[in-house]
Design a protein around this ligand. Structure first.
Ligand code: ADP
Ligand code: MG
Length: 420
């Protein structure tokens, strides 16, 4: 259970409310490309507005203006094209299109501030009418937001905190970052609580791990062992079995002394992989590795496909998906599971010819009678491609945040909130 206060635990009537949301949505030429994150915040926003607050201020980051512009400039220069920084920022990093989009969803006006802090914003805030909604400009236009210097973060956090009696954090996707608007601010507002999305993420990711119905199976894939070590280590003693696929499987196979051709291997992680296999054996946790593979001579969707068994991997091929035998075995294990956490695609799903393993695992999860939780940026986008999202118990909106939460069991943005 979440031990932090939520919006349900507090009085909101006539209160000045500031809420951190994660509206870091994909943008193209000033248009919202995917509204999942905006819709995910609606339950909390609507709840607040129904309680007749003095006003509601929303704040979010949207990309990283400085970093993103520098990168785009570099790419433009490489391509010999002209770069218009203002046009780039308007199209990618300004909240205006998001505010307009939200206004459409809410069916009420959403005012827009020209920045996140400063005198102009302060006077806009004091002019707000009852239950009016104001969206601040992208918090990351201010370097203090992400500053490593606590005094700088505090300066910005205090300015934001001065607008409010209540701080609500519903930005699970950024809760793994201790930024001015996600963490520091909580110390300077009288009341700091979690929104419904935050509560839901913590409930599903947290409770699934702390009190799972058994058998509890972890499905792990994706590119690298190194990015998933924390998750494996934390969950190793809690799960009954781990099914491994994707690029990370090859480091484990190599650790078992099997041939992997030119498949992706993190050489420096081989000893770690061997250690995990040993610990799993001691803990009587079954680790399943691919029995067969889909392999190709080069990294292209059109490449000639070879189906190969595990002990005769040709030197010139690389594995890009799990094979049919592996899939059958993994499905069999999943059919008996009562709780499943899935993170990481089973293959290079971005190329349709190598997406079978990932799609079939999604189907298997959709069919079983179990708690199914999916986390990770690429895993969730692969799942969306299958159209099976609604068949899962919980699909996390946080990429890095869900991984860190599975790894650590807590995040700075959550820790900063008031206890129940
Ligand atoms: P998530 O974002 O869900 O945590 P990761 O970022 O760890 O997942 O991994 C996703 C990436 O792993 C995808 O880009 C996918 O192409 C890649 N991948 C999966 N299988 C392989 C493989 N066999 N070889 C190389 N890359 C792979
Ligand atoms: Mg990823």
């Amino acid at each position: 259970m979440i031990t932090k206060k939520t919006v349900k635990d507090i009085e909101l009537r006539d209160k000045r409310v500031i809420m951190r949301v994660d509206f870091n949505v994909p943008m193209k030429e000033g248009a919202v490309q995917d509204d999942t994150r905006i819709r995910a915040a609606l339950p909390t926003i609507n709840h607040v507005l129904e309680q007749a607050p003095r006003y509601l201020i929303l704040m979010s980051h949207l990309g990283d203006p400085k970093k993103d512009a520098a990168k785009a400039k570099e790419n433009a220069e490489k391509a010999g094209k002209e770069f218009d920084e203002q046009k780039f920022l308007d199209g990618k990093c300004r909240m205006k299109p998001v505010a307009e989009y939200l206004a459409g969803l809410l069916g009420r006006p959403v005012k827009l501030a020209p920045s996140a802090i400063g005198p102009e914003v302060a006077s806009m805030v004091s002019a707000l009418g009852p239950a009016e909604v104001l969206m601040l400009e992208n918090t990351r236009f201010h370097r203090e937001e992400t500053s490593k210097d606590p005094a700088e973060r505090e300066k910005m956090a205090k300015e934001l905190a001065a607008f409010a009696d209540v701080y609500i954090n519903d930005a699970f996707g950024t809760a793994h970052r201790a930024h001015a608007s996600t963490e520091t601010i909580a110390r300077f507002v009288p009341v700091a609580v979690a929104g419904f999305l935050m509560e839901k993420e913590v409930r599903y990711l947290g409770q699934t791990v702390s009190s799972p119905q058994k058998p509890f199976v972890l499905v792990l894939g994706g590119a690298k062992v190194s990015s998933k070590i924390g998750v494996i280590t934390n969950l190793l003693n809690k799960v009954d079995a781990i099914l491994i696929g994707g690029g990370m499987a090859y480091t484990f196979l190599k650790a078992r002394g099997l041939p992997v051709g030119r498949s992706m291997v993190e050489t420096e992680m081989i000893p770690t992989a061997a250690e995990i296999l040993k610990k799993a054996a001691e803990a009587k946790v079954e680790i399943f590795l691919p029995e067969d593979h889909i392999a190709v001579p080069e990294f292209s969707n059109e490449a000639m496909i070879h189906a190969i068994p595990k002990d005769s991997f040709p030197d010139d091929l690389m594995g890009v998906d799990i094979g049919a035998k592996t899939l059958a075995e993994y499905k069999d294990v999943l059919s008996r599971a009562k709780t499943v956490i899935w993170n990481g695609p089973m293959g290079v799903f971005e190329m349709p010819n190598f997406a079978t393993g990932t799609k079939e695992i999604a189907k298997a999860l959709a069919e079983i009678d179990a708690i199914t939780v999916v986390g990770g940026g690429d895993s969730v986008s692969a799942l969306k491609q299958t159209g099976l999202e609604s068949k899962m118990t919980h699909v996390s909106t946080g990429g890095g945040a869900s991984l860190e939460f599975l790894e650590l069991g807590h995040l700075p943005g959550i820790d900063a909130l008031n206890d129940k």
